[in-house]
Design a protein around this ligand. Structure first.
Ligand code: ATP
Ligand code: MG
Length: 781
């Protein structure tokens, strides 16, 4: 077995795999085989009889990575690897506590609180202490407690600086007591409990220290302080051998307390005298690697390494600047389809984005084209809790007898309708065979009154949204239901609020095709327009000419999209995930989307230098996931969080070597002209319409960023504005117009003729809209 096991290793890898029983640190770039070396080493140690399968512990970062490692080992080893201690930090701690629950002071059947359970538990404590939730926001308090636990600090160890701290510590102590009473542990507690048990119980400690002769850690750069201390208890310096592999350039969790500094401590404390470096990259083609190396060289804080590949240059990176996020998604779809037709499995194609909210538009494009996809490390948009809450209110507007929706939101946000009341209501409904809504009148007293209030709330929303546009309906419901307020008062509700805004965005961009009866499918306006389907069968608003979709169609679409289109287990599906979730993985083809300043690098990270360097490492991780094909894209305008935003190219694009890039010209000629972008840019800066087509403005589009721009960018910017043929409406693309309700706008697209003529117009405050020209009154300006 040995010869085949070691056959495909280069000399440095071989040296690492076959090290004796000593500790080692492998510092190497992406795709150099760190994980492979680590896995092979486990197999090698076992085959050499260094220890039995019970004598090894291997820690990885994500469940997906742990699974992958088990799969690889199964292929290498003749016996069952399931029983081996291989998993994530949390997974291993869980296992440890299941074995030592008594010593850890836990009930045998202890349960684990996930992130939202934890916040709910903290909230109960705050309530019981009669504290002001505005001052002690449960989610923020939960974070603080987790942070203390990561510092290995119990309530008595935390030093209070002021009154606020004293209260927080008291909450912490009460929370601990409550968890203990209820027999539950949160994520941070899992780690800390094991740490304390190992620290305080010499017999147990020596048992495990003798048992685990070898401890192997993947992605070592992302371990935090407690995790490192934890490792030292299982395999102290001078004891069992610790084999750590990592890449400082891929440290992407500093914001959560991970410390690259652990690498230095490890080197010192474990007396590592020679670092093992791997410089051969086996994953990516030359152009991809050149791009990654070039990019990361812009970071100042690096330990420094180089990577080379023997795989040939491969294809240059395809870069596409789309006019809008819709066009970007469509491009991803088309390119992915063509790769698939060319023989690539869908599971070998990944679409990456910086933040979860970006996935909606891409999901929508894939959904409409019937392409199976799977979203990792985050829920699909329409399955996120806050979105489901909002949809439940919307469904009640359509149908008050929808019991599922009723149950979902009757007490969300909390309005003191207890489980007992709901139970009574369900009994009443069951007895009469009526819906929950219809049964409310059967309940008397306080329970009846609180339910009546809910009914009034929904009826109020119904009245308020009558005759409104879909966007306005969703907006009214998100606010009026109390959902927005609820998340706004939650210090960490920002992402959920963004998603709710995104739902408003989604509502704005949907339109239905009438004439399909109950099977009506709602499609994004742009999708229909591009298929040439917009027009017949659609009723434009009599007043504004805006082409709208009814609420019912939107809800149908939402439930379809939340439902079965998610690829079935085992089905070949496109892989969608954030860059964080892609760590350690590899794909034949990778699409990296949303390369826009503010989005990536993210504006929140831009406030300090460390933040920018961490974003750049994240970009490095993204680029290095690709084996053969890498696609980069950005959108000039993006509807995000309920607003259309105009972005300039990410500075990271300017940090890639031009010779490795292939810029694809924008599909719609008009957009390449620079005119619309100048116009958009003028808006971004809040200036008026006049004088926007000037060289000065073009210069300004760089956002004041001094880095040199790629040649293609310069070209696109300075290309003359082409003369457009006039549409039979008398309008032309790029023309500025005025609309009574939406104000000033610029024509993006013109389609159809006569009664079917329609225009896609970018309005300053109202975003992009499709208007039926036979109805809309537009004045050229
Ligand atoms: P990352 O930093 O992204 O986690 P890594 O350093 O862990 O990357 P691996 O995932 O172990 O890299 O390896 C990258 C790819 O190269 C894998 O497909 C692996 O099988 C392959 N590979 C590694 N070493 C060799 C080798 N000596 N010969 C052939 N292929 C190899
Ligand atoms: Mg790896």
């Amino acid at each position: 077995m040995n010869s085949t096991l070691l056959q495909h290793l280069n000399p440095e890898q071989l040296a690492a795999v076959t090290l004796g029983d000593e500790s080692a640190l492998i510092l190497a770039g992406a795709g150099s085989g760190k994980t492979r070396v680590l896995t092979t080493r486990i197999a090698w140690l076992l085959s050499q009889g260094h220890m039995g399968p019970g004598g090894v512990m291997a820690v990885t970062f994500t469940n997906k990575a742990a699974k992958e490692m088990l799969t690889r080992l199964t292929a290498l080893l003749p016996y069952n690897v399931r029983g081996m201690w291989i998993g994530t930090f949390h997974g291993l701690c869980h296992r440890f506590l299941r074995a030592h629950w008594k010593a850890a002071g836990l009930p045998q059947g202890f349960q684990i609180l996930d992130a939202s359970d934890t916040v709910a538990a903290v909230k109960r404590v705050i309530k019981a202490m009669k504290l002001d939730e505005e001052r002690f926001v449960p989610k923020a308090v939960a974070h603080t407690i987790a942070h203390w636990k990561e510092e290995a600090a119990r309530p008595q160890d935390v030093v209070a600086r002021d009154e606020q701290d004293r209260t927080l510590i008291e909450i912490y102590a009460n929370y601990e007591a409550q968890c203990q009473r209820e027999g539950v542990v949160d994520f941070a507690e899992l780690m800390l409990r094991v740490y304390e048990l190992m620290r305080d119980d010499p017999a147990l400690r020596s048992h495990y220290q003798q048992r685990f002769r070898h401890v192997l850690v993947d992605e070592f750069q992302d371990t935090n302080k407690l995790q490192y201390a934890w490792l030292k208890l299982f395999a102290p310096p001078g004891g069992g051998a610790v084999f750590a592999v990592g890449d400082d350039d891929q440290s992407i969790y500093a914001f959560r307390g991970a410390q690259v500094g652990n690498m230095h401590s490890f080197e010192r404390e474990y007396r590592i005298d020679k670092l093992i470096k791997l410089e051969q990259n086996y994953r990516s083609c030359g152009h991809i690697l050149d791009a990654a190396n070039h990019l990361i060289s812009h970071n100042e804080r690096r330990l420094g390494k180089t990577l080379r590949t023997d795989q040939g240059q491969g294809e240059p990176l395809r870069v596409f600047e789309a006019p809008s996020d819709f066009d970007e998604a469509r491009w991803v779809l088309e390119e992915a389809q063509s790769l698939h037709r060319g023989g690539l499995a869908r599971s070998e194609i990944a679409v990456l984005y910086r933040s979860n909210a970006q996935s909606r538009v891409i999901e929508s494009a894939l959904f409409n084209a019937g392409v199976p996809y799977r979203v990792y490390g985050g829920l699909r948009f329409f399955e996120r809790a806050e979105i489901k809450h909002a949809l439940a209110y919307l469904r009640l507007l359509e149908n008050v007898n929808d019991d599922t929706s009723f149950l979902r939101v009757v007490n969300f946000p909390a309005r003191a309708i207890g489980a007992r009341t709901v139970e009574q209501l369900q009994d009443a409904a069951k007895a009469t065979g009526r819906s929950l809504w219809q049964s409310v009148s059967a309940l008397q007293g306080r329970a009846g009154a609180s339910l009546q209030k809910f009914i009034e709330l929904v009826e109020g929303l119904r009245r308020a949204t009558e005759g409104q546009t879909l966007r306005a309906i969703v907006e009214t419901v998100v606010e009026g239901s109390g959902l927005a307020g609820h998340y706004r008062s939650d210090k960490d509700g920002a992402e959920r609020l963004e998603n709710l805004d995104e739902l408003i965005t989604a509502a704005e961009s949907f339109v239905t095709q009438e004439g399909f009866g109950k099977d009506a499918v709602a499609l994004p306006v742009d999708e229909l327009a591009s298929n040439g389907q917009l027009g017949p069968g659609l009723t434009p608003d009599a007043d504004t000419g805006e082409i709208m979709s009814p609420l019912a169609a939107f809800l149908t679409h939402a439930s379809l999209e939340a439902g079965d289109n998610q690829a079935q287990a085992g089905q070949d599906a496109l892989q969608l995930m954030t860059i964080h979730a892609a760590k350690g993985l590899e794909f034949d083809a990778v699409f990296l989307t949303g390369l826009e300043e503010g989005l990536f690098p993210n504006e929140r990270a831009l406030q300090d230098f460390d933040g920018l360097e961490e974003e750049r490492r994240l970009m490095y991780v993204a680029l290095t996931r690709a084996r053969k094909r890498l696609h980069l894209s950005l959108a000039q305008s993006r509807m995000l969080h309920g607003q259309t935003r105009y972005h300039v190219r990410s500075r990271f694009l300017t940090e890639l070597p031009e010779e490795s890039l292939k810029w694809l010209s924008p599909k719609q000629g008009g957009f390449g002209s620079g005119f619309e972008r100048d116009y958009a840019n003028a808006w971004q800066r809040g200036s008026g319409l006049s004088g926007v087509v000037g060289a000065g403005h073009r210069e300004a589009r760089g956002g004041g960023w001094p880095a040199p721009k790629p040649a293609a960018w310069q070209q696109a910017v300075s290309a003359p504005v082409p003369k457009k043929a006039e549409h039979d409406s008398g309008l032309r693309v790029g023309q500025a117009v005025f609309h009574n309700k939406f104000g000033e706008g610029v024509v993006l697209t013109l389609e159809g003729a006569g009664a079917d003529a329609r225009a896609h117009i970018q309005f300053g405050r109202h975003g992009a809209k499709w208007l039926a020209l036979s109805v809309a009154k537009l004045t050229p300006i």
